[in-house]
Design a protein around this ligand. Structure first.
Ligand code: NAI
Length: 292
C-alpha cells in the first residue's frame, strides 16, 4: 500500500472543511468535495477564516498558510478523487447516504485507496460491506472543531486490516492528533458516553427541572466542562445528536437511549443549532448563545 500523500475529503460542512484544513496545513495535497457547490464555498470560506485566525495568533506562518491554501483543491465531482490515497467521508450522519457514497467511491477511487469515515456512531463494518475492499475501510472520527481538538478516535471494522489500521494511526499522528481506538459498536467510545448526557440534559429541560441556562451553568461550573450540554448540542448540531441517539437506541436496544421528545421536536422544527442560527439558543452576530 502506498504512503499517504493525497487526501480526499467528502462533505464540506463543519467537520469536512476542518479535516481538509488540517490535512492541508500538515503538508498533504487535499481535495475537498461536496455535492452542494454553495456548501463547498461556505466550507472554503470557513477554512480561509480559520487559517487567518491561526496566522494572526502567531500559530501559523503566512508562508505555511499560503502553502496550505495552494495545496487545497475543491470539487463537486467524485471522479476527481481518483488519485487520492485516502478518502475521509464527512457527509450527513445517515447510514443510507454513507452506504451509497461508499459504494460509489469504491468504483471510482484507485484499488489501493483507503476509505475512512468520520461517522459519529454508524457501523464501519456495515459501511464496508458496500465495497469490494472491506479490509481498507476504517473509522477516523475527528472531534469538532477538527483544527483545534486533539483527539481522533480510530474504529476498526470487523475486516479492517492491520496494515490499514497502522497507516491511519500514522496519518492521525502526522495531523498532530492523539489517538484512541475503539471496536465497532454504536457510538464507539466518545459518543456512547457523551450523547446520553446531552439527551438527559434535554429531558431535564423537557420535564421542567430547570432552565436551559441553569442546566448549562450547572454542568460547566459543577463538573468543570468547558461548555454546557445544551450549548454543546447546538454546537454539534441537533440533527447530528438525534441521529446518534437513534443509532445508540437501535444498535444497543436499551430504552435508556430513547431520544428525548424535545430534541426530536427541535429537529422537526428545523432548529438544528448554531449552524442554522437557532437551536436550544438563538445565535445573532456574536457567537455566544441567547434565549430564543
Ligand atoms: P454538516 O451538515 O455540517 O455537513 C455535511 C456536508 O455533507 C454538507 O455540506 C452536505 O452538503 C454534504 N453532503 C451530504 N451528502 C453528500 C454526498 N452524498 N456527497 C457529498 N457531499 C454530501 O455535517 P457535519 O456536522 O460536518 O457532520 C458530518 C459528519 O461528521 C457526520 O457523519 C457527523 O456525525 C460527523 N461528526 C460530526 C461532529 C459534529 O460536532 N458536528 C463531530 C464529529 C463527527
Amino acid at each position: 500500500m502506498e504512503e499517504i500523500k493525497r487526501v480526499g475529503v467528502v462533505g464540506g460542512g463543519q467537520m469536512g472543511s476542518g479535516i481538509a484544513q488540517i490535512a492541508a496545513t500538515c503538508g498533504f495535497d487535499v481535495i475537498l468535495l461536496d455535492s452542494d457547490s454553495s456548501a463547498l464555498q461556505r466550507g472554503l470560506h470557513n477554512i480561509q477564516s480559520s487559517i487567518n485566525r491561526f496566522v494572526s495568533k502567531g500559530q501559523l506562518s503566512q508562508a505555511m498558510a499560503d502553502d496550505a491554501i495552494m495545496r487545497l483543491k475543491c470539487s463537486t465531482d467524485l471522479r476527481d478523487l481518483h488519485s487520492a490515497d485516502i478518502i475521509i467521508e464527512a457527509i450527513v450522519e445517515s447510514e443510507g447516504s454513507k452506504k451509497e457514497l461508499f459504494s460509489q467511491l469504491d468504483r471510482i477511487v484507485k484499488d489501493s485507496a483507503i476509505l475512512a469515515s468520520n461517522t459519529s456512531s454508524i457501523s464501519i463494518t456495515r459501511l464496508a460491506t458496500t465495497t469490494r475492499r472491506p479490509r481498507q475501510v476504517i473509522g477516523m472520527h475527528f472531534m469538532n472543531p477538527p483544527p483545534i481538538m486533539k483527539l481522533v478516535e480510530i474504529v476498526r471494522g470487523a475486516d479492517t486490516s492491520d496494515e490499514v489500521f497502522a497507516i491511519v494511526k500514522t496519518l492521525a499522528k502526522r495531523l498532530g492528533k492523539t489517538i484512541i481506538c475503539s471496536l465497532d459498536f454504536p457510538g464507539f467510545i466518545v459518543n456512547r458516553i457523551l450523547m446520553p448526557m446531552i439527551n438527559e440534559a434535554f429531558f431535564a429541560l423537557y420535564t421542567g427541572v430547570a432552565t436551559k441556562e441553569d442546566i448549562d451553568t450547572g454542568m460547566k461550573l459543577g463538573t468543570n466542562h468547558p461548555m454546557g450540554p445544551l450549548e454543546l448540542a447546538d454546537f454539534i448540531g441537533l440533527d447530528v445528536c438525534l441521529s446518534i441517539m437513534k443509532v445508540l437506541h437501535s444498535g444497543l436496544g436499551d430504552s435508556k437511549y430513547l431520544p428525548c421528545p424535545l430534541l426530536v421536536q427541535y429537529v422537526d422544527a428545523g432548529r438544528l443549532g448554531k449552524k442554522c442560527g437557532v437551536g436550544v439558543y438563538s445565535y445573532g452576530m456574536k457567537s455566544s448563545p441567547t434565549s430564543p
